[in-house]
Design a binder for this molecule. Structure first.
Ligand SMILES: Cc1cc2nc3c(=O)[nH]c(=O)nc-3n(C[C@H](O)[C@H](O)[C@H](O)COP(=O)(O)OP(=O)(O)OC[C@H]3O[C@@H](n4cnc5c(N)ncnc54)[C@H](O)[C@@H]3O)c2cc1C
Length: 453
């Protein structure tokens, strides 16, 4: 069978590309080995944020007395929380599937593999189905990423990755989270709220290492206050399993220590998922991910690669932007996104969001800058919400007054960051941003407070 475009992978990247191309009248086949919506909708962004939200409701309920509301015995029912998460994922997956079908996209279940520059072989997911071969003018590879696992550690019922916690019949009493990056921190935050004793082990000197040091320090302070144990500059030397649970050996400057846990969650990063897809065999260059140019073409020009698969980011909205850029290229059009200045969000409690350059990057670039900071504790709305932890800071170039970076840790940081993204992307100066009024009482007044500081 011959079609215009075959897309391998129905995550946010592949699905958005498919929708755009089909709506433009192209004959599109979308090949997916697993679930429509990819990692994002089924195991990543959406389900974790549902669990974050449930944990937030539990926290608010437990603290309700300080707002004059009496609720007794608030607790998490893990199976009911999972049922809520499943309802959201199913609803969104069905919605996406309907949109794809309505646009005329043909969805084919199976594992897509390249035979040559115009042919995708589809190994069926069911053994009673026959393999298919599809010819296409263009191919978009959107196969995403998979969790990276320490080679010396064998995954099991007790030692899991972010994919498996939804299979737990009940919450464990204790968990070791290996890796203090974005994914590990989000899991640590909501599992702690659900009453699990959480320990994070991180090899680097601080958690949330990609953020500024003061953001990491504030998150560490708050998480430790909530009872999360954080071991930094510490290596997991061994993780063994017996009938009672897991034994972990930690190694740091002070020497070796040991601790036992019921479960362990490995969150040490993700890697592009191109194995078994026959890419190298047909001459596609693969480095840390599938190598692409600015138009997202691989080393074979009619084959595009997008999203996590390129190794350029692990973010759903970058995958989605990539999908739309590649689709426009195929249609002979150009689509631009600002892939320099965008929100970087961490859904911990409290949330973290940043954009533009960090203090470390400004220093490395030799840019002289000024820090303007405002504390949540001094903001009226934050006090009303009872969420007084955190701060907002703006990094301003001294010579031009331009805002070059922003970081927020605190209530609704992921909403609050949009104003900074817009200001930095539009090249605004601190003076210009100060002219823009915020409402009252709102969290956005933190911008005014920082700029006037
Ligand atoms: C726990 C967790 C939380 C996250 N939270 C966020 C968040 O809050 N915000 C955010 O922006 N990002 C988040 N991410 C990252 C986000 O999920 C990914 O960046 C995003 O899903 C990548 O989209 P994609 O389209 O590139 O690939 P994916 O979503 O990974 O989709 C790829 C699809 O391709 C399929 N596939 C792979 N190989 C083949 C093949 N050979 N044949 C057929 N099908 C194939 C896969 O089954 C999958 O469905 C999170 C990730 C995790 C793991």
């Amino acid at each position: 069978m011959k079609v215009d475009i075959v897309i391998v992978g129905a995550g946010p990247g592949g699905a958005d590309a498919a929708l755009l191309l089909a709506k433009a009248g192209k004959k599109v086949v979308l090949v997916e080995k697993d679930e429509i919506g990819g990692e994002c909708l089924n195991w990543g962004c959406v389900p974790t944020k549902a669990l974050v939200h449930a944990a937030e409701i539990l926290d608010i309920t437990k603290e309700s007395k300080r707002f004059g509301i009496e609720i007794s015995d608030a607790k998490a029912d893990w199976q009911a929380v999972l049922a809520y998460k499943n309802r959201i994922c199913t609803m969104l997956r069905m919605g996406l599937t309907k949109s794809l079908e309505a646009a005329g996209v043909e969805i084919v279940k199976g594992f897509g593999k390249l035979k040559d520059k115009n042919t995708v072989l589809i190994e069926p997911s069911l053994s009673n189905e026959a393999a298919r071969s599809l010819e296409a003018d263009y191919i978009i590879l959107a196969a995403g990423s998979a969790p990276f696992v320490i080679p010396s550690i064998t995954l099991s019922e007790r030692i899991v990755t972010s994919r498996n916690i939804y299979d737990w019949p009940e919450l464990p009493k204790s968990i070791l989270i290996v890796g203090g990056g974005v994914i590990g921190l989000e899991f640590a935050s909501f599992l702690n709220a659900f009453g699990v004793a959480v320990t994070i082990v991180e090899m680097l000197p601080r958690i949330a290492n990609t953020e500024d040091e003061d953001v990491s320090a504030e998150l560490t302070r708050i998480m430790e206050r909530r009872g999360v144990k954080i071991l930094t500059s510490t290596k997991l030397a061994a993780l063994t399993e017996d009938e009672k649970g897991l034994n972990a050996k930690f190694e740091n400057e002070a020497g070796l220590t040991e601790a036992t846990f019921e479960k362990a969650l490995i969150c040490i990063g993700r890697r592009p998922a191109f194995s078994q897809m026959g890419l190298a065999e047909i001459g596609i260059t693969v480095e840390k991910g599938v190598k692409v140019n600015a138009k997202l073409q691989t080393s074979i020009p009619n084959i595009y690669a997008i999203g996590d698969l390129t190794g350029e980011s692990i973010l759903a909205y970058i995958s989605s932007a990539h999908g739309k850029i590649a689709a426009h290229e195929i249609l002979g059009k150009e689509k631009k996104y600002n892939l320099e200045v965008f929100p970087r969000c961490i859904f911990t409690n409290p949330e973290i969001a940043s954009c533009g350059l960090t203090e470390k990057q400004l220093t490395e670039k030799g840019i002289e800058y000024e820090v303007k900071k405002a504390m949540y504790a001094a903001n009226g709305k934050a006090s009303i919400h009872g969420k007084r932890d955190g701060f907002l800071k703006l990094l301003i170039e001294k010579s031009t007054d331009k805002i070059l970076g922003a970081a927020i840790i605190g209530d609704s940081a992921n909403l609050m960051i949009d104003k900074a993204v817009l200001a930095i992307a539009q090249g605004m100066t601190a003076g210009q941003l100060e002219e823009i009024l915020a409402g009252h009482p709102v969290l956005s007044e933190l911008y005014t407070a920082a700029l006037e500081s």
